[in-house]
Design a protein around this ligand. Structure first.
Ligand SMILES: [Zn+2]
Length: 446
């Protein structure tokens, strides 16, 4: 056995080469070797055997709204990172909006880092934001270590984070491409939204009609055209419209540097089952029909969609009114994402290796952490989740660590119970008990 302070064994360890019985040796917070299951534990090393529970790399969730500082009553770093840990997520990248200030200046980034530092139960990194008029802030934010820049093309939901028009998008994208950065985009076209019927009220069908697929398709088409022209690297956030898949595939074939994510709620919940007035299901773009969902799964399977992230975006319960037009748009799923996706993935014939690829390896690669996170192999951080894939549980909002226990998954029975989560070789949660926070603040590596 090579250098080891800790040896973790399971009959099912998910490695880049497949799932097998193995012993994972850990020293100084890193994986030092992946060895046969019966490898000898060196004298003085601790060891733990998880039996048939699966050892998988800790998930990397690159789309989380923590809202701290400024709207911590919606979500804060303490609660969000505990929820993440409880759900098998060991790295999260925080979105630049809904906190006050937003992360659109270096000072805003420092405020975020200060808010997170003592509260992070998992590793935390930050996206910056591209607004009209902050082009001069982008390079300093990049140099200060944000992983890329988020932009909206339609209203974001908060006044301090306005959207870019096409000309502003071109300017920001040119600047970001100039220093080799990444632009991540909420892609809904404002003209198509304005042209859609805006009825408001309690009916989910009316809300769905107010956020049509062609708003996504058009915005993605425009983004792809601009990215292609500039040679810029872009990422489509929370894809919901399956109608955009052919143009995404075509853009990739043309050499556009494009990646795409979708979210657990688009993959596991359908418009047909959303009760009227149930705005815990409201997000933008919206949860669409079952037939649309089938095509998103197919696109995950064939690689047109790269990864799955939560887009955890809570608010206080009072903002989740029963009028879909005015209720806060955002779904809380941080703690449940692994089980929700696994439940549906399994039903559709996918393995846990696929889920790990979508929720850990590919997301780590998206933010340039692909050599440090997202896989169980020598040299990576010793970040793990231990999952009992066949155990089920019924979602009880009271058991969630989210600050506001409003969730679209309430009452659902999900497969896959996270038994423990490990960060750099230390157990950070097991059986509902949490260790003191040891998460690190991550910055993009130059
Ligand atoms: Zn979001």
């Amino acid at each position: 056995m090579s250098d080891a302070e800790l040896v973790l064994r399971s009959t099912r360890v998910i490695t880049p080469g497949g799932t097998r019985a193995a012993s994972v040796a850990v020293a100084a917070g890193k994986i030092t070797a992946v060895l046969p299951y019966d490898a000898e534990v060196p004298p003085g090393a601790r060891s733990e055997d998880f039996g048939d529970d699966v050892l998988l790399p800790g998930l990397v969730d690159t789309h989380v709204h923590v809202n701290d500082p400024g709207r911590t009553e919606w979500e804060g770093f303490w609660t969000a990172t505990r929820a993440a840990a409880a759900g098998g997520i060991t790295t999260l990248i925080d979105m630049p909006l809904n906190s006050l200030p937003p992360t659109t200046t270096v000072a805003g980034l420092r405020a975020k880092q200060d808010a997170a530092r003592a509260k992070a139960h998992v590793d935390v990194g930050f996206w910056g934001g591209a607004l009209p008029g902050n082009v001069e802030d982008l390079r300093p934010l990049h140099d200060a270590g944000v992983f890329g820049f988020k932009a909206f093309l339609s209203p974001s939901g908060v006044d301090e984070f306005p959207e870019l028009d096409q000309e502003q998008l071109a300017r920001s994208l040119a600047e970001i491409a100039g220093f080799g950065g990444l632009l991540i985009v909420h892609a809904e076209d404002p003209r198509h939204l304005a042209a859609a019927p805006q009825k408001g009220g309690r009916k989910y069908a009316d809300f769905l009609a107010s956020r049509p697929r062609d708003a996504e398709d058009t915005a993605i088409g425009n983004l792809v055209a601009q990215a292609g022209r500039l040679g810029a690297r872009v990422h489509v956030l929370h894809l919901s419209s399956s109608d955009a898949l052919p143009l995404i595939a075509a853009a990739r074939a043309d050499g556009v540097r494009l990646t795409v994510e979708t979210c657990p709620h688009y993959l596991t919940l359908t418009a047909e089952e959303v009760p009227d007035g149930a705005s815990e299901f409201k997000c933008c773009p919206p949860i669409r029909e079952a037939a649309n969902q089938d095509l998103l799964w197919r696109a995950l399977a064939d690689g047109t969609i790269d990864c799955v992230v939560t887009d955890h975006s809570p608010s206080t319960a009072d903002l989740k009114t029963d009028d879909f037009a005015t209720a806060w748009g955002g779904i809380s799923g941080l703690q449940l994402s692994l089980s929700a996706v696994w439940t549906e993935a399994r039903r559709r014939g996918h393995g846990l290796e696929d889920v790990v690829r979508w929720m850990s390896s590919r997301t780590a690669e998206l933010v340039g952490l692909g050599d440090r996170k997202g896989a169980i192999e020598a040299g990576r951080d010793a970040d793990f989740a231990v999952l009992a894939p066949d155990e089920t549980f019924t979602v009880d909002p009271a058991a969630l660590q989210h600050r506001n226990r409003v969730t679209a998954y309430a009452g659902r029975t999900l497969s896959g119970v996270v038994k423990s989560t490990w960060l750099r070789g230390e157990r950070i949660v097991a059986e509902g008990g949490f260790a003191e926070p040891t998460g690190q603040l991550l910055t993009r590596r130059p």
